[in-house]
Design a protein around this ligand. Sequence first.
Ligand SMILES: O=c1cc[nH]c(=O)[nH]1
Length: 433
Amino acid sequence: MDFLRLPEGSVTLTNLTVPACLIGKSGTPAADLVRIDLTLKDGRIAAPDGSLPRIDMKGAMVFPSFIDMHTHLDKGHIWPRAANPDGSFMGALTTVEADRIANWSGADVRARMDFALRCAYAHGTSAIRTHLDAIPPQHRISFAEFTRLREEWAGRIELQAACLTSIDRIDPEGGGEFAELADLVAETGSVLGCVTFPDAQLSDRLRAFFAHAGKRGLHADFHADETTDPSVATLRAIAETVLETGYDAPVVVGHCCSLSVQPEAEAMHTLDLVARAGINIVSLPMCNLYLQDRTAQDAPARTPRLRGVTLVHEMAARGINVSFASDNTRDPFYAYGDLDMIEVMREATRIAHLDHSRDDWVKAFLTNPATTTGFAQPSLDAGAPADLVICRARSWTELFARPQSDRIVIRQGRQIDRTLPDYAELDHLMDRT
Ligand SMILES: O=c1cc[nH]c(=O)[nH]1
């Protein structure tokens, strides 16, 4: 239940707490929170209006609604029928592939994506980019369902899709399967994506990727180096190709876990190239904590030593635009998760030590993903939509100590019903092979 029921209609919320960096003020890591009043009128944040009812929010923290810029809605919630056998990356890859071939009809994909969107909406997210597995014939099925859902959800959650295929399916000479996929991406107003890994023809395939993207004016979104094998360094190859080709549309690279185990000088050199190339980074710390440094199924249990998180502090210090996102939810890549950006912020803070450092990390869950994706910038300024998440917490320690299950979510000035969908809704899809 929400911690407070607000009256319907226009209102001034007084005594809210907000990170100073979100309202253009400077704070310090030790004192980065300020108190504000917000007037909500006609679905928007408005100039102060003394005639409206005033509600004392007693220091509750307020955020604009969140952007979750790297998700996999098409895989979401398949866990009961497709559990990862050992929690490893390879276990995830093979389990998903078998499930996709056996079960991903339009109706199946649609039901699970809609369920996931209702979760995200209830938690206070208003924009999502999802990757869609795009190995033929799945690309046509999933993009068709996605396009319908994007229309149905417009005004509640703005949606973008990025195709997900593997780099070895890109013909270095151009043409073929990837050209057809790039056409579909362009037709549906989507983003061109792929997973990179070491490959004898990596540079040629990356050049072909950017040629396809450039010809169609597409943004690019990569999965790269999701491993703790230090020899895997495709992020550097992506940065080198962007610099070589002069590709100037937005590029984002997700995961980049192997940087955390590479020799320092090597990793820093890659980050210098990433900064020069203007590449955006998205870290997926919950999924990578789950997948990385796992023991194989038949080996004795071993405690993980590594966190799998990428070098977000060193990136931010170089001016690289860093974001965090959910990634997978209840599928073989991540057994848990619910598209809750407050959870992502809490876990990222713990895993990556975002506390005791800069005073603006909160932007990595709001404005940084907007800059990367082109979604509207979340804002608390007068004139912005009154899309807010308000928590019964007056400080970071109060915020991150509890799951904030009683948060208030306001969309277009109205407090929404935050009831989460029942997993039982999906039971009829789960008893398949
Ligand atoms: O983390 C990952 C990587 C590839 N595909 C996914 O769904 N998740």
